[in-house]
Design a protein around this ligand. Structure first.
Ligand SMILES: [Zn+2]
Ligand SMILES: [Zn+2]
Length: 136
């Protein structure tokens, strides 16, 4: 079982299943959405996800396309991604301890911020990945 929580600790969750296909996306949209040089997230199965505390503290933002983000309303940590209101992913930064993760793939590195220096020896993709590249 994997747990995660926000910066202030009011919102906590657990995941009773695998963290799927961890990605770091360096596109300009992710930089804004995650207030960082990249997004870092993994998919999960919705049925594996459970709030432990603080669900009532959550606020959200939903795009016109139906993609959403859930935040702690107290400290602002970005915890989960949603689609049509269903949780489909979590941000790696809010995971506790040492999560069991496959190698993180870095996507859209051609549009990374000018000030970001990519680490050596990471797997990068110029843009997104073709479906055939996905490891399930
Ligand atoms: Zn918080
Ligand atoms: Zn992105």
């Amino acid at each position: 079982m994997q747990t995660g929580e926000c910066f202030c600790g009011e919102v906590k969750y657990q995941i009773n299943g695998p963290l799927i296909d961890p990605l770091s996306c360096h596109c300009s949209r992710c930089r804004k959405a995650f207030s960082s040089q990249s997004s870092n997230y993994a998919r999960i199965a919705a049925e594996d996800f459970q709030w432990i505390s603080g669900e009532g503290k959550l606020t959200s933002y939903v795009s016109k396309q139906g993609f959403g983000l859930l935040f702690c309303g107290t400290c602002g940590s970005t915890l989960c991604g949603t689609f049509d209101g269903v949780i489909h992913g979590i941000t790696l930064g809010c995971l506790n301890g040492e999560p069991e993760l496959d190698e993180i793939h870095h996507i859209f590195v051609d549009s990374k911020a000018s000030w970001e220096v990519m680490p050596a020896n990471v797997t990068t993709f110029s843009t997104g990945r073709q479906p055939a590249d996905r490891r399930e």
